[in-house]
Design a protein around this ligand. Sequence first.
Ligand SMILES: Nc1ncnc2c1ncn2[C@@H]1O[C@H](COP(=O)(O)OP(=O)(O)O)[C@@H](O)[C@H]1O
Ligand SMILES: [Mg+2]
Length: 372
Amino acid sequence: MFLTSLTLTNYRNYEHETLHFDEGVNVILGENAQGKTNMMEAIYVLAMAKSHRTSNDKDLIRWNEEYAKIEGRAEKRSGSLALELLISKKGKKAKCNHIEQQRLSQYVGHLNVVMFAPEDLNLVKGSPQVRRRFVDMEIGQVSPVYIHDLSQYQKLLQQRNHYLKMMQARERSDEAVLDVLTEQLVLLAAKITLRRRQFLSLLEQWAAPIHYEISRGAEQLHIRYEPSVDVSERAELSRIVEAYNETFADMREREIQRGTTLIGPHRDDIAFFVNGKNVQTFGSQGQQRTTALAVKLAELELIFSELGDYPVLLLDDVLSELDDFRQTHLLDAIRKKVQTFVTTTSIDGIKHDIIQEAAIYRVRSGSVTAPS
Ligand SMILES: Nc1ncnc2c1ncn2[C@@H]1O[C@H](COP(=O)(O)OP(=O)(O)O)[C@@H](O)[C@H]1O
Ligand SMILES: [Mg+2]
């Protein structure tokens, strides 16, 4: 799929700007703090209805303004698509082909993007929360049901934690209430666990050969899902439900003592291994970089395999960070099939053949000069 145009109104440092894009590589060139990342973020938000760098939507509205609006047109295999996202202090409203969407979970997934930014190196090095967020965002793009289950899970988790706090403080002692909350939580937990396991197993199938190639045949990547209950590769939903039930029963006293839910998808983690060694603890910076790049390139293929359309690739400040060999690999992987946006402060760091084919946009304090 291709994003053919983008209109930003009161978005961060953009007052009003309309841009038309190329189906190949679009380079966004500009000094620091001019609005390059803001533009990448806007495309990401148009797709995901959420920013990759802030959870506070108000940050996206231009200072001293009431609302921000992002509009875009995309060409997909299934046809042309008009998207609109309005962000106000009261909340977000989304339209797809001019029809307002009742839920954001219905809106997300019409435009698909894969973002690769410097903070993605944190995927390997950072906290489990970073990895859970990555998994949730990626599954959410191909599964509205997953977004729905996840938000139900989070609501129930809060209720259950609240009840456990009251039990801890001996303000409540009705175990039947806790049983009901646990039962509802377990079903959602099991669905989320199953989906994450499927996703990570597919991700590994795509990422391992890519990693092997980028490392010139020296490294074998393995991705391991680490949920808080033991779920074997082939366990079905009913088996996962059972595993959660058993573990919750064992944990009951401890949970009341601690006043919080100690197991479940909110405690999951993912581990990356290269040649059997955990990349987080033993990997060199180069290996961590290769892992992150392989995972991002795998996402392109994964989304293509699920939807029959490649997502839009957003490379914010990372291309010039990659050496020639990794740049070449990236270029070969996307050539003629993935629309790509690349930000940079200087075209010197980017391989000549990429620049030659690219459309170059210059950004200066929220104003863009399009290629002539
Ligand atoms: N809500 C906002 N309203 C107006 N300007 C903003 C807002 N948020 C960020 N900015 C401005 O955007 C600029 C940063 O843009 P950014 O896209 O991150 O820069 P870069 O080109 O280095 O990627 C800064 O000058 C910042 O002050
Ligand atoms: Mg930036």
